[in-house]
Design a binder for this molecule. Structure first.
Ligand SMILES: O=C(O)c1ccc[n+]([C@@H]2O[C@H](COP(=O)([O-])O)[C@@H](O)[C@H]2O)c1
Ligand SMILES: Cc1cc2nc[nH]c2cc1C
Length: 354
């Protein structure tokens, strides 16, 4: 079964269209004609060039926006690694579905729809708007055993691919990834340490707000998880299964599925970025489709982004997750495209170029 899933994932990855450098160059040539010093709109220009290279169009219509919040629970919570109890995960799922969470507010402002996916919550969830793709009822405690089997990790990745394809079928053209999972900064730190070689002292952060002693304990837990499971860093699925989580796997799959459908994905904070790292390790071709949004306060985030080769658009000292930073950055994507479409050129405005 795992072999079949592995093959299916390989087939999916083959469908990702390569980045079209010629369209990105055309976009840059157009931008250089607009009434501004060359390059003066900084990342707002780079965003537009990349969007042209992935969509094959000057300028793509990205008005149908969705933020996908993937939820999962973590057995490692029994080690006392979070400032909040596990019940918060399902409680927040209902908050997303009822429109009351921070991400819902920011999504309304950005004219984006919110979708919530149960990837592995440790509770029975019943709601007409919930996308149910539960592959585990919470992961196992990775400090003692693998968090998931290889098959479960692959199932979660493939479920993420399917969610992206279903939303693309519904007409969405721009995505943001977000997550909810009490305890998930612990597997995210472990994945970071295994996949980048960063020591747990630098990959482990304060998450929802643990104190100094809690942070030292969390570092020990991450070290134990890595030494107990011995994940193979050259095998992203092995690493994901042993020290990852279902929502992280789901987001990695989602990014692959969005890339297959030619849709850009705005990546949220630390946990989403770790999923992006996994996606890029599984399929390097996904990288041009990914946009980093904000730099989270969580220690380790900057290193994860650097190792993917992404640079965040903003830094607002946020550490909430849910996709909040990513949805905020929808505004910059809109701004980038609007500038390219509507600015006058030196010629049309009669402004001297040299
Ligand atoms: O996105 C981030 O950078 C981020 C940083 C710290 C915490 N979070 C959120 O807080 C939860 C994980 O924190 P913790 O302390 O329970 O591991 C999870 O629901 C995340 O969405 C998110
Ligand atoms: C209340 C709450 C909301 C969250 N949203 C994402 N992670 C969260 C963690 C907590 C504790």
């Amino acid at each position: 079964m795992a072999i079949e899933l592995e093959k299916a994932l390989g087939q999916v990855i083959k469908r990702i269209a390569p980045f079209r450098e010629e369209l990105a160059s055309e976009a840059k040539a157009h931008s250089d004609q607009l009434t501004k010093p060359t390059g003066s709109l900084g990342k707002l220009e780079e965003i537009a060039f990349r969007l042209a290279g992935i969509s094959g169009r000057l300028w793509p219509d990205l008005s149908r926006k969705a933020v996908v919040v993937m939820a999962g629970d973590h057995g490692v919570c029994e080690e006392g690694v979070s400032a909040y109890p596990q019940e918060v995960t399902p409680q927040m799922v209902f908050n997303f579905l009822n429109g009351g969470a921070a991400v819902n507010v920011l999504a309304r402002q950005a004219e984006a729809d919110v979708f919530c996916v149960d990837m592995g919550v440790n509770a029975d969830l019943d709601h007409p708007m919930l996308i149910s793709r539960k592959v585990v009822r919470g992961t196992a405690n990775m400090a003692k055993q693998p968090a998931m089997t290889r098959e479960e990790a692959l199932q979660a990745v493939m479920a993420g691919v399917q969610v992206a394809e279903e939303l693309a079928d519904k007409g969405y053209t721009l995505f943001a990834t977000g997550e909810m999972g009490i305890g998930n900064t612990t597997p995210s730190a472990a994945l970071t340490s295994v996949l980048t070689g960063l020591s747990p002292e630098l990959s482990v952060g304060r998450g929802t707000g643990i104190n100094e002693d809690g942070w030292r304990h969390k570092i020990e837990v991450v070290k134990r998880a890595i030494s107990v499971n011995q994940p193979d860093a050259s095998d992203p699925i092995d690493t994901l299964a042993k020290v990852g989580g279902a929502e992280i796997a789901g987001m990695a799959g989602f990014m692959i599925g969005a890339a297959v459908r030619g849709c850009p994905v705005v990546v949220d904070g630390f946990i989403s970025s770790v999923a992006a790292l996994v996606a890029v390790r599984l399929a390097e071709q996904v990288k041009p489709y990914l946009f980093a949004s904000h730099l989270s306060q969580e220690q380790g985030h900057a290193v994860v982004l650097e190792s993917i080769g992404l640079s965040p658009m903003i830094q607002l000292d946020m550490r909430l997750g849910e996709g909040t930073g990513a949805v905020l950055c929808f505004h910059f994507i809109d701004a980038s495209l609007k500038l390219m479409r509507e600015m006058a050129t030196f010629a049309s405005a009669g402004v001297s170029k040299e």
